[in-house]
Write a protein that binds this ligand. Structure first.
Ligand SMILES: C[S@@+](CC[C@H](N)C(=O)[O-])C[C@H]1O[C@@H](n2cnc3c(N)ncnc32)[C@H](O)[C@@H]1O
Length: 194
């Protein structure tokens, strides 16, 4: 087995053992450990949540007093007392909820195989996620967002720098080395909600 295949297999087994529906859960776990994203009792908005690994992870981190609003075009594969699912397309439907402590977005299109197209669509999703974060985070809130590296990333990072006091691009170990995904970690939203 090639080292990257072995690594994927390792995270898949770990996810199964820990009861997570996706190995993606380990990416947000690593980000939380390094940057301190979650706290007990928080309200979290999870964009592109299906099958539900990030929501599972956040659900544990915020505990029973916290709540997760999970949004996706596709149904979730998990059920949890503090996770509420809303099926919607974030590019077409309006999110009216606000007052979130954390907005997290692991959005990705169905991969077409044409890299330029997939990267372009993913950046549109990430831009929309940042807009949603801007309209639904409380002051001091955090934002974590997947980005396919390439055109458009700098614009998103620069816009985030105007809105948050801490902005960092990171690649968790649980992310495949050959994949071009990065995660934007933003802390302390600076604007007061009107
Ligand atoms: C990589 S998966 C997310 C995995 C998830 N974080 C987990 O841990 O299980 C990306 C998700 O983005 C969703 N997605 C893509 N475009 C979307 C859109 N326009 N509106 C809502 N969800 C979308 C897909 O349906 C897919 O479930």
């Amino acid at each position: 087995m090639r080292p990257e295949e072995a690594k994927r297999d390792h995270y898949r087994k770990m996810a199964k053992r820990a009861g997570y529906v996706s190995r993606a859960a380990f990416k947000i776990k690593e980000i939380d450990k390094k940057y301190g994203i979650f706290k007990t009792g928080q309200r979290i908005l999870d964009l592109g949540a299906s099958p539900g690994g990030w929501s599972q992870m956040a659900s544990k981190a915020v505990g029973p007093e916290g709540e997760i609003y999970a949004i996706d075009k596709r149904p979730l594969k998990i059920e949890s007392e503090n996770v509420r699912f809303v099926q919607m397309d974030i590019l077409k439907d309006k999110i009216t909820m606000s007052g979130f402590d954390v907005v997290m977005a692991d959005l990705a299109p169905n991969v077409s195989g044409v890299w330029e197209h997939d990267q372009y669509v993913q950046i549109q999703l990430a831009q929309r996620a940042l807009e949603i974060a801007e309209s639904s985070l409380r002051r001091g809130g955090n934002f974590v967002c997947k980005l396919f590296d390439g055109e458009g990333v700098n614009d998103i990072v620069n816009r985030a720098r105007r809105e948050f006091s801490f902005v960092k691009l990171t690649k968790p170990k649980a992310s495949r080395k050959e994949s071009s995904e990065l995660y934007l970690v933003c802390k302390n939203y600076l604007r007061e909600k009107i």
